[in-house]
Write a protein that binds this ligand. Structure first.
Ligand SMILES: [Zn+2]
Length: 475
């Protein structure tokens, strides 16, 4: 009985009328926005892990292209460039007593190389518009978000509109290789100005179609409210080097390190449902079958079962635990020489609730070998997880309300972002960091991000622009 009562309560709390699609704010036949985005896709602002390979001239070219494409933005907003990559825009609102909002995006892209024999059907930097789609690296990750924001500002400025509160934009050019030169520096600049934001919107979640089978075709807007942390540990073993004809009884550095790795891999991090994931499941209750709804509404009882089901696929398993993956192993040079050292790298995505320190302590206990050293590998900035924003907060509610108008078929839920975004650097600037781009993506679209044949539909561009227009008007 209590299961059904709770089901009824949760279902009522999160049910809503499915609205009819609202009137389009802009002429939907107009593809001038797609043309502008195409121009931006054609500039190959590639981030290479080897920073020496990066061509800063391309990033400057991108910045001046923005001036040409969005003249009203550049005439009315103040723009500051920070280093080679960072661009900050400030749009003054009418009421300076209101807390400002901050929109983030990045305009660097990963290289567009062929993947495992798969080649692009169209040139990755062609910006080709063909059969209702715009092709190219950066269409989904994530020049489109930047273009949505600037185009919306451009159109609203054209109507003589001014926002109620101040709007800020901060665009980085090295997110794909850590954001150290872009986002990190810009966050510092905004912090030094004493700014605090009502909310911050960055990339990280999309409208997923055909991803969650139990939604029976209904797309889910995954709004990232929390983000996993990141750390890579380097574990090293040392041993006596010398001739391989006279090894010691203790074995080699490679053997010693291998034993440690086996112990680590045998011991998975424990699974748990974070508050954000719990809230996500509860919000799905009105939209799933009755038996599943009863399960999702009664997590106080069913959480172990849900965790068991989640743990059976690597995709869902990553949402309920800190992951560890040994990604690099090095040791030995030549077959007749005992190696003096062996090292490995273990990459972790840290679930909110765990910390870099807690991982380190746990690993030391698991390794049970004082001869193995463990340290932050330091190739990439590590960070603790970013705690969840409130799904009853103004930012989440606003996105949800706008989606009800622009994408009425969609159910909006809070989500845990698995990857790392630029927004981690802005964590002290707002209590509400939201990670979301209004693009409806199928599993094959998601696979094309950092893969081949990345492209966006013109329908997505039209609806995304409408989303932003309505969002800005409500700020
Ligand atoms: Zn991105």
């Amino acid at each position: 009985m209590i299961l059904l009562t709770r089901y009824a309560i949760i279902k009522k709390r999160y049910a809503r009328q499915v609205a009819q699609g609202a009137e389009s704010a802009h002429n939907s036949g107009d593809d001038s926005f797609a043309q502008k985005l195409s121009a931006l896709i054609q500039i190959p602002t590639v981030s290479w892990t080897d920073r020496d390979k990066i061509d800063p001239a391309l990033f400057r070219q991108f910045q001046s292209r923005l001036e040409e494409l969005f003249p009203l933005v550049h005439g009315n907003l103040t723009r500051d460039l920070h280093g080679d990559y960072g661009i900050i825009y400030h749009w003054k609102g009418r009421d300076s007593s209101l807390k400002p909002v901050l929109f983030l995006a990045h305009y660097d892209v990963v290289p567009a190389e062929e993947k495992g024999g798969e080649a692009w059907t169209e040139e990755p930097f062609s910006g080709l518009i063909k059969e209702g789609e715009l092709w190219g690296r950066g269409t989904l990750d994530i020049k489109t978000q930047l273009a949505f924001q600037l185009e919306t500002a451009e159109r609203l400025l054209g109507e003589g509109w001014q926002p109620e509160r101040d709007i800020w934009f901060a665009f980085g050019g090295d997110e794909e290789i850590s954001g150290r030169e872009g986002a990190q520096k810009m966050a510092e600049v905004l912090k030094n100005r004493g700014l605090r934001f009502e909310f911050i919107l960055d990339e990280g979640g999309v409208i997923a179609r055909d991803q969650l089978a139990f939604l029976k075709g209904r797309p889910a807007a995954l709004i990232g409210l929390e983000e996993k942390g990141f750390v890579t540990f380097k574990i090293s073993a040392s041993g006596a080097s010398g001739h391989s004809s006279m090894p010691t009884r203790e074995g080699t550095a490679i053997g010693r390190l291998s034993k440690g790795i086996v112990r680590l891999e045998k011991r998975l991090f424990p699974s748990r449902l974070t508050p954000v994931m719990r809230n996500m499941l509860e919000r799905l209750v009105p939209w799933v079958s009755f038996p599943l709804g009863v399960l999702f509404a009664n997590l106080w009882l069913t959480a172990p079962l849900i965790r068991f089901v989640f743990s059976r696929s690597p995709v869902t398993d990553s949402l309920i635990r800190t992951t560890q993956a040994v990604t690099v192993f090095k040791g030995g040079e030549q077959e007749n020489i005992l190696p003096g050292e062996a090292t490995c790298l273990v990459n972790h995505r840290i679930l909110p609730g765990d910390t870099i320190k807690s991982l380190e302590r746990r690993h030391r206990r698991t390794l049970r070998d004082p001869g193995l050293t463990l340290e932050d590998a330091g190739n990439w900035p590590s960070n603790d997880p970013i705690a969840g924003a409130d799904s009853e907060g103004s930012g989440f509610r606003l996105i949800q309300e706008v989606l009800e108008e622009t994408h009425p078929e969609v159910v909006a839920v809070p989500f845990l972002v698995n990857g790392s975004t630029d927004s981690k650097y802005y964590r002290e600037l707002s209590d509400q960091i939201l990670r979301f781009t209004p693009l409806v993506l199928r599993p094959e679209d998601i696979a094309s991000i950092h893969g081949v044949n990345e492209k966006v539909s013109l329908e997505n561009l039209r609806k995304g622009l409408e989303f932003y227009t309505r969002l800005f008007r409500r700020l």
